[in-house]
Design a protein around this ligand. Structure first.
Ligand code: ZN
Length: 139
């Protein structure tokens, strides 16, 4: 397993040291033990209720920078930088809405053209109106 480029045990130790200073009951028994194992080394953190709650809140509040919200169509959260869903292909956001409206306009125009009655002035068949031919000069 490759090692992460960040020092998680150091961050956890710093977090616990920072939060424990404000524990209103520093002598109370720990309520949870968190163990980090990294590269064969294990570090345990016995957390009191105050620090455990702080860790819980930090975990709950984490928001991934790549998370731009759910797809309008399928509800999954795998949108790329252009807000296009990697699962269903839908383009989300204002640009996606503009694309949808434009596509609907084109669809409507094509439907209207298909529903038009035949042009009474149009030739009945292509043979009735031969293609244009250059006039031949008489010699
Ligand atoms: Zn989608």
């Amino acid at each position: 397993m490759p090692l992460p480029r960040y020092n998680l045990p150091a961050a956890m130790t710093e977090f616990v040291d920072r939060v424990e200073q404000f524990d209103p009951a520093p002598d109370a028994s720990p309520v949870v033990t968190v163990e980090l194992r990294l590269a064969g080394e294990s570090t345990s953190y016995a957390l009191g209720d105050h620090t455990a709650r702080a860790l819980y809140e930090a975990l709950c509040r984490y928001y991934d920078p790549a998370d731009v919200g759910p797809c309008d169509r399928c509800g999954k959260r795998r949108l790329d930088a252009n807000l296009q869903c990697r699962d269903c292909g839908h383009v989300n956001g204002v640009f996606g809405q503009v694309l949808l409206e434009h596509a609907e306009k084109i669809r409507r125009e094509e439907r209207e053209l298909a529903d038009l009655p035949a042009d009474p002035l149009a030739p009945e068949s292509p043979a009735a109106d031969p293609p244009y031919a250059e006039p031949q000069l008489e010699q």
